[in-house]
Write a protein that binds this ligand. Sequence first.
Ligand SMILES: C[S@@+](CC[C@H](N)C(=O)[O-])C[C@H]1O[C@@H](n2cnc3c(N)ncnc32)[C@H](O)[C@@H]1O
Length: 259
Amino acid sequence: MTSHYTFGDSDLAARRLYLLAEAYSDPSQAFLKQFAPGPVERALDLGCGPGYTTRLLHDTVAAGSTTGIDSSEHYIELARSHAPTGIEFVCHDVLDKPPVPRADLIYVRFLLTHLADPGFALTLWADLLVPRGMLLLQEVALLDSEHPTLTRYYQLVEALQAQYKQSLYIGRELEGIARSAPFIVEHHGQRLFELPAHVMATLHALNLPTWKSDPVAMRNFDPKEIAEVEQGLLRIAQRAELCAPVRIGLTELVLRGMR
Ligand SMILES: C[S@@+](CC[C@H](N)C(=O)[O-])C[C@H]1O[C@@H](n2cnc3c(N)ncnc32)[C@H](O)[C@@H]1O
């Protein structure tokens, strides 16, 4: 099974993931604190990007050792360049069983949204856990803004991902998918919070230059509209216009391995 990651791994994309890590650090830390088992000998962070979630996971659950896995060589290189003791990184496709020892805890944030067959992934990942180990998932279920530029941006990203059979709002379907995988669903919830519009627009304005040159985006979207959305995002990012915060809903699943 192969996957297509639309948001790239350039330095610009890495910068976006740095800002994204800052923006989402509180809800992720709260989720991990609430549900991670203790003590955790070995933890895994799948789709770790440049390693910000890996460090958050490692520190929050006080793991003995933590491994971040990502298919981007560039992200893994960046992650290794600032890896503290106890954290290591492996460059590997998570849809092709990674060569790592089994873990007590796996954390996955914003990865299943980029996979065309999340059920296949969950089933595969069950084998990365020790018996009765835990898989903690956080994925988007809601992005809601009253500003037409942000609303349109979300519609465009949703349409682009759908072309790759991926779901921007995978959080909405995740519990059903998890129930068909070899896990017991111990918790299913939605964390609702707001982030300032300028923070979200900054993240999106960093992302759009990457995905606008995706062949599917170029075939399906009007370049004039894309340019307008880009300008609109920059105006919101620079706080050149007033805009209410974006309402965000993250689906949280706590899964216990059955194997
Ligand atoms: C949106 S980023 C999320 C990064 C990090 N989990 C976070 O929340 O900040 C998605 C990451 O998944 C990685 N990725 C996508 N498909 C993958 C695959 N099949 N195997 C490994 N990594 C993958 C991408 O390279 C990217 O770093």
